[in-house]
Design a protein around this ligand. Structure first.
Ligand code: FE2
Ligand code: FE2
Length: 260
């Protein structure tokens, strides 16, 4: 099974990249399932039901998210209804939505997806390690093919999680920083790992926003309106080849696709 995992889609420019790049990557690489982090898809922060539909139309099968998923109120009810739009699992009990799902591909293969959020330099949510392990044990009763999106700021937290879940899942892909790391690997126990896959959107930017306003914010420390950047459109992500019988990863490679 070949899985395409796509880093944080940022605003309208990011959606444009998805529309252009996903169909051609799917065809070129014979992709079976596409998972994308959508937490910044609506104007750079959050998700709306219409934008979720748009991303599914372009060929994304499962949407993961992160700390920004709650920014647009209109999506909250949808999180309880659509099993393929995930919010991070490790929020307190009874928060709307789901932190994991099992998706069936056209070929009848079942893939489990778990969305976790870190808590170093982030909100004080529940433990991603304990919550993640419990969910992995639950999903492994249904399928050996499991992907974890660890949406976190600190590289150390993501790397520690990769050792904690090593050999129990097919792949662990990091998101949230919008900057890809060069540490992709498959461990001896068959888990593919990358600390961050990067961002899908305008790369002439500070993590998707116009640099001038971000500089002003850093210099003045005053609240500043951040506008979406528009130039240098790229998709960033990773393609993971998974042995569907064992759930072990064969390979992981980074992808970067420029869009005109
Ligand atoms: Fe993000
Ligand atoms: Fe985030």
């Amino acid at each position: 099974m070949k899985l395409l995992f796509i880093g944080d889609i940022v605003g309208e420019p990011g959606r444009h990249v998805i529309r252009e790049a996903v169909p051609r990557i799917k065809k070129r690489e014979s992709i079976d399932v596409v998972v994308a982090n959508c937490e910044n898809a609506a104007g750079g922060s959050g998700l709306t039901p219409e934008i979720a539909d748009e991303l599914f139309r372009y060929g994304v099968n499962i949407l993961t998210s992160g700390d920004h998923i709650w920014k647009r109120k209109e999506i909250v009810d949808v999180l309880d209804v659509n099993p393929y739009i995930l919010r991070p699992l490790n929020y307190p009990p009874n928060v709307p939505g789901n932190g994991s799902c099992v998706y069936k591909t056209e070929d009848g293969l079942q893939i489990g997806v778990i969305n976790l959020v870190g808590r170093v330099f982030m909100e004080a949510v529940d433990c991603p390690f304990r919550g993640g392990m419990a969910e992995v044990e639950k999903l492994r009763k249904r399928t050996q093919i499991i992907l974890v999106d660890i949406h976190a700021e600190a590289t150390s937290e993501k790397i520690a999680l990769s050792y904690y879940l090593d050999g129990l899942v097919s792949a662990i892909c990091g998101t949230h920083t919008h900057v890809p790391t060069a540490d992709e690997k498959v461990t001896a126990n068959g888990t593919a790992y990358i600390t961050d896959v990067g961002m899908t959107g305008p790369h002439k930017s500070v993590i998707g926003r116009k640099p001038e306003q971000i500089i002003t914010r850093f210099i003045t420390q005053l609240p500043t309106r951040f506008q979406m950047a528009e130039e240098d459109l790229r998709l960033q992500g990773a393609i993971i080849d998974i042995d569907e019988k064992t759930g072990k990863a064969n390979s992981i490679k980074r992808v970067e696709e420029k869009v005109g």
